[in-house]
Write a protein that binds this ligand. Structure first.
Ligand code: RFL
Ligand code: PHB
Length: 395
């Protein structure tokens, strides 16, 4: 088998890259370890930046997102038991974010891919990448007990944090930066109307962080910070709702509609960057190269911006026979990534209770939050990062 670009991983990065390349007439095959149902069953991101929305439209999967996504003009911060709005739209000359679940983005991209008749090999076992330091890279895998080899011009490593592409790079050719946070997020999904249908609510309280988000006007997504030693089974629905209420302001606590949860899981929080993102003819994109704690809602959006740079680079290579985009991919992508890493780390630090926060640390967080919501300059910093920094950033 042969293709121009072999894509490892059918998460949002791999599927979006595949679609954009296809639109530009570039042949690609996706190799994915899991089944489509498994991929769709992972409840993750919910907030899309305008750049991501624009790219999804460009990839031909705009209509359902435009019909069902909920546009947000502001975010809200709760601290010291009081809620404050940040007018993101007003502070950024009209920019907004859209609530539309990663599951739906993935489903739309999968549907577009199968409608276009493109090949995705699901449930591929023992996937491995070879010869990416030469002009003839190869991907090997097993499917239904048989061995396959895929020859290609380029490999796109879109296989997430635990994938094999980054792990196949020789030691010494890659530098990794990492910070692991001493807590996790317990997230639930419930078919109840969101308590704040027009804003995402981030809460700082002496009991820890909380977040009120949504998937639609009838489906809510809520999170509370929890110890990493907790198990989702430790948390009955009642315990979750009581804990969430205790971290919100009295008005939201009273108005929140509770109900049976459809999903409950705990995610660890991590900041991680691997440099560079290109190794000969293999390129990393999305979670394969970097992780942010979810506080800034940046993970999926960074995956999309990587794919923007990478798809343009491949298009330039095939259409104009120019390697300029390929040669600058890593540098361009990392310039945006580090800024989103900084924002996500800063917002995580500001909003969570750390083991050493103590009463002084709590007061420092509250003082910073108080300053932030009362200063147009500080609110603008939050707003412009939240909607997403421009794609063209210098280093
Ligand atoms: P993914 O989604 O992990 O997909 C990688 C795919 O590669 C496959 N794979 C392999 N395939 C073949 N061979 C192998 N050896 C393979 N190893 C792995 C996997 O099965 C998988 O299908 O990475 P991708 O595409 O880069 O997408 C990244 C996003 O999923 C991630 O950044 C976001 O979900 C992060 N995130 C959020 N991002 C946002 O922009 N906004 C948010 O509001 C937001 N909220 C979140 C989040 C992540 C969360 N969790 C659970 C980590 C909330 C949470 C709770
Ligand atoms: C979500 O809706 O899952 C979500 C929203 C905002 C975040 C993280 C996750 O910062």
């Amino acid at each position: 088998m042969r293709t121009q670009v072999a894509i490892i991983g059918a998460g949002p990065s791999g599927l979006l890259l595949g679609q954009l390349l296809h639109k530009a007439g570039i042949d690609n095959i996706i190799i994915e370890r899991q089944s489509p149902d498994y991929v769709l069953g992972r409840i993750r991101a919910g907030i899309l930046e305008q750049t991501t929305v624009d790219m999804l439209r460009e990839a031909g999967v705009g209509p359902r997102m435009d019909a069902e996504g909920v546009v947000h003009h502001s975010i809200e911060l709760v601290f010291s038991g009081v809620r404050h709005a940040i007018d993101v739209h007003g502070l950024t000359n009209g920019k907004v974010v859209t609530a539309y679940g990663q599951t739906e983005v993935t489903r739309d991209l999968m549907d577009a891919r199968s409608a276009a008749g493109l090949t995705t090999v699901y449930q591929a076992a023992d996937v491995s990448v070879h010869d990416f330091d030469s002009e003839h890279p190869k991907v090997r895998y097993q499917k239904d007990g048989q061995n396959f080899e895929l020859e290609c011009d380029f490999i796109a490593g879109c296989d997430g944090f635990h994938g094999i592409c980054r792990a196949s790079v020789p030691d010494g050719a890659i530098t990794e930066y990492e910070k692991v946070y001493p807590f996790g997020w317990l997230g639930v999904l419930a078919d109840v109307p969101p308590v704040s249908p027009h804003a995402i609510v981030y809460g700082n309280s002496e009991r820890g962080f909380s977040l009120c988000s949504m998937r639609s006007l009838t489906r809510s997504r809520y999170y509370v910070q929890c110890p990493l030693t907790d198990k989702a089974e430790d948390w009955s629905d009642q315990r979750f709702w009581d804990e969430l209420r205790s971290r919100l302001d009295p008005d939201l606590a009273e108005r929140i509609v509770t109900g049976p949860t459809l999903e409950k899981s705990i995610a660890p929080l991590r900041s991680f960057v691997a440099e560079p993102m290109r190794f000969g003819r293999m390129f990393l994109a999305g979670d394969a190269a970097h992780i942010v704690p979810p506080t800034g809602a940046k993970g999926l959006n960074l995956a999309a911006s990587d794919v923007k740079y990478l798809s343009s680079a491949f298009i330039e290579f095939y259409a104009e026979k120019s390697a300029a985009g390929i040669d600058t991919y890593s540098q361009r992508a990392l310039a945006r990534i580090w800024k989103a890493e900084r924002f996500s780390w800063w917002l995580t630090t500001l909003m969570h209770k750390f083991p050493d926060t103590g009463a002084f640390g709590q007061r420092m967080q509250e003082a910073e939050l108080e300053y932030l919501v009362n200063s147009t300059a500080a609110s603008t910093v939050v707003a412009e990062n939240y909607v997403g920094l421009p794609l063209n950033l210098g280093r």
